[in-house]
Design a protein around this ligand. Structure first.
Ligand code: S3P
Length: 444
């Protein structure tokens, strides 16, 4: 079971020095997928050795791909080509990972064998029709549970045809699933997004020599090409760095530099929002690695103010809201978020779970259908109260409440934290080194 890890975080302190957080989760998943389907051997460095990306790695091993590592973030993938995957002996289990399930749903519709795709209890409650419906328009045959959730039964050997699809939700997972299916489809598959979402799939396909046409909000691929192995260097994950950006911003005297962080323009909502709140973030050493921009980010403590968050930033910061809500609680004045109903269908209902936890800690946080209103408590010496909250098995909730302790009046105890391993296996050690008074305990 995953419910037996508790974090106890002592109040106060500050963050300082330098830190390099683990590799980007989204890019790590995609490196395994495209490396496996490529012709030749792909060397990946900086790979995230977290449960989610390891679930993708295991799925491809189960389908006959030889993958060496990971060892210190180094993975060697012996690509089998677009048509070289083999049926797995049993179901493919992807744990907690929505990215694995949705992207694999697209990719596996192109194979000539059937697949039974399963996940843990949280993933089995998340909506899958957003991918299975458009894939069906391409000719895929995929069974879901009655309410449109996993497990997914993907029938092999179905002819696929390119479509033009306008996504109703801004989702990189849906876009990527369709583009990956499009590699196997007759003709051109085009996906139009209502707002920019992370474009790692398009960038990496291009890196593997597969042409992706982009016109405005539309990305297209034409089936029948091939992928050629190429080295992939995974930058540090801005979504993991976000907890330290917020922790540093809210705690007086903090000054922390985060190294080699991915700053893809489709991912920098957290920087934009923190700056709009008055955050002090400086980027330096900007460079490009393997088609992705990276930088070192120096963060210093700042007096944050509450804002109305620009809805255009929502998809660009979609995973960073738990941390940003903590920043809002420590700011001066009110912060209003709207247009973010997607937060309700992540690893937990992040609007409700964060509102509940913040209220337990004495913060006026009112959830609404598609967002939240938080009254900042900057005028209090300690804006966050002491208490016990639950992460509801959601890694990002656990880490957000951990950094909240930097401005708390007493210890914060966070239950159900084992899932931090899905995206940030070394969080406790790294946070301790930076100055957070965090201890991890196990309950049997
Ligand atoms: C991801 C896309 C986002 C994000 C998730 C990773 C990806 O999900 O929340 O953590 O790697 O494509 P949606 O595309 O559903 O918004």
């Amino acid at each position: 079971m995953n419910d037996n890890v508790t974090f106890t975080v002592q109040p106060g302190g500050h963050l300082s020095g330098e830190a390099r957080v683990p590799g980007d989760k989204s890019i790590s998943h995609r490196s395994i997928m495209l490396g496996s389907l490529a012709e030749g051997v792909t060397e990946v460095t900086g790979f995230l050795e977290g449960e989610d990306s390891l679930a993708t790695l295991q799925a491809f091993r189960d389908m006959g791909v030889r993958i060496d590592g990971p060892e210190n973030g180094r993975v060697t993938i012996h690509g089998v080509g677009l048509h070289g995957l083999k049926p797995s002996a049993g179901p493919l289990y992807v744990g907690n990972s929505g990215t694995s399930m949705r992207l694999l749903a697209g990719l596996l519709t192109g194979q000539n064998f059937d697949v039974h795709l399963t996940g843990d209890a949280s993933l089995s409650g998340r909506p899958m029709r957003r991918v299975t419906d458009p894939l069906a328009l391409m000719g895929a045959v995929i069974g879901t549970a009655e309410n449109g959730t996993a497990p997914l039964d993907i029938c092999g050997d179905q002819p696929l045809y390119g479509i033009n699809f306008e996504m109703p939700v801004a989702s990189a997972q849906v876009k990527s699933a369709l583009l990956l299916a499009g590699l196997y489809a007759k003709g051109r598959t085009c996906v139009t997004e209502p707002a920019p979402t992370r474009d790692h799939t398009e960038r990496m396909l291009a890196g593997f020599g597969y042409p992706v046409e982009r016109e405005g909000a539309t990305a297209c691929v034409t089936g029948g090409g091939k992928l050629t192995a190429t080295p992939v260097e995974v930058p540090a994950d801005i979504s993991s760095a976000a907890f330290f950006m917020v922790g540093t911003s809210i705690s007086e005297g903090s000054d922390l530099t985060l190294r080699h962080v991915g700053i893809n323009p489709t991912r920098i909502g957290v920087i934009n929002i923190l700056r709009a709140m008055g955050g002090d973030l400086t980027l330096s050493n900007e460079r490009e690695v393997g088609g992705e921009p990276v930088a070192d980010i120096r963060v210093r403590a700042a007096k944050l103010k509450g804002i109305r968050i620009d809805e255009a930033q929502v998809p660009l910061a979609i995973d960073e809201f738990p941390a940003l809500f903590v920043a809002a609680a420590c700011a001066e004045g009110e912060t209003v978020l709207t247009g973010a109903s997607e937060l309700r269908v992540k690893e937990s209902d992040r609007i409700q779970v964060m509102a509940d936890g913040l209220q337990t800690l004495g913060v006026d946080a009112r959830p609404c259908e598609d967002g939240i209103v938080i009254q900042g408590r900057a005028r209090e010496a300690e804006p966050i109260g002491s208490g016990r909250v639950s992460s509801h098995g959601d890694h990002r909730i656990a880490m957000a409440f951990a950094v909240a302790a930097l401005r708390a009046s007493g210890p914060i105890v966070i239950d159900d934290c084992a899932n931090v391993n899905t995206s940030f296996p070394d969080f406790v050690n790294l946070a301790r080194r930076a100055g957070l008074g965090i201890a991890e305990g196990r309950q049997d």
